[in-house]
Design a binder for this molecule. Structure first.
Ligand SMILES: *Cc1c(COP(=O)(O)O)cnc(C)c1O
Length: 228
């Protein structure tokens, strides 16, 4: 348990260092603690240390955890592949979605978001490498989906998310993250303003921060290995 708090201290120090190194020391960074396959005890421990944002990838796994942690004021992020038959749970129980990549899912989330709830914060997952097995929209199709999200009343477009292909070189990672930032900036210039870039995980968050990320999704470097 002491370990998790230690890990958090180390991550915060590394975030600060990466921001200083790229002249961004005044920027606010959200650390989303990725709690998939981690216990509710560990989540409580991190929350007590000041982390308020948690990310889950699987609806079936997340629902009992969200229920067990209802007493905490947690901001929940859905970061996994979105199955069409699971959208209602996401629309009802999450605050953010990082992985939107289809029109049909956007319309469902909008229709299923409870009317008394604030709009669901949405990031579009971009797949610049066009890896077929991975989620995400190709850069050429992002604008159309963002435009749809901007027009759906119960969704709020916030920006873009990206997951680099495994095994990328450091320079490849820089290029990958910079590419997503460029797409976000282009959209902003054409009036679709997004304030969030969700880029960077345990192994590459410093590179992502150097390329403009302001939201890092960190699992194993905080919690330790996942217990699958
Ligand atoms: C699991 C996961 C993470 C966290 O990965 P770590 O390498 O454990 O930090 C971040 N983002 C997404 C989309 C994930 O699925």
């Amino acid at each position: 348990m002491i370990q998790i708090t230690d890990h958090l201290g180390q991550i915060r120090a590394r975030v600060t260092q990466a921001l200083n190194a790229s002249g961004r020391s005044d920027d606010d960074i959200t650390i989303v603690a990725v709690s998939k396959q981690q216990s509710t005890e560990s989540i409580r421990e991190l929350f007590a240390s000041g982390i308020t944002d948690f990310g889950e990838s699987y609806v079936d796994e997340a629902l009992p955890k969200l229920a067990a942690l209802q007493d905490l004021d947690i901001v929940w992020h859905f970061i996994g592949r979105i199955q069409g038959n699971k959208t209602r749970h996401i629309a009802e129980q999450f605050d953010w979605v990082h992985s939107l990549d289809r029109d049909r899912i956007a319309r469902r989330l909008d229709a299923q978001r409870p009317y008394h709830a604030p709009p669901l914060n949405v990031l579009i997952q971009v797949n610049p490498a066009d890896e077929p097995q991975k989620g995400g929209v190709g850069p050429a199709d992002v604008a159309e989906l963002v435009s749809l999200v901007c027009n759906l009343p119960k969704l709020r477009y916030r920006g873009l998310m990206g997951i680099p292909p495994a095994g990328m070189s450091r320079s490849g990672l820089h290029e990958f993250f910079a590419g997503i930032r460029a797409v976000r900036d282009e959209l902003s210039h054409s009036g679709m303003r997004g304030d969030t870039l969700s880029m960077g995980m345990s192994g590459d968050f410093e590179t992502a921060l150097a390329e403009g990320s302001n939201c890092v999704r960190i699992g194993t470097a905080l919690f330790g290995p996942r217990t699958s």
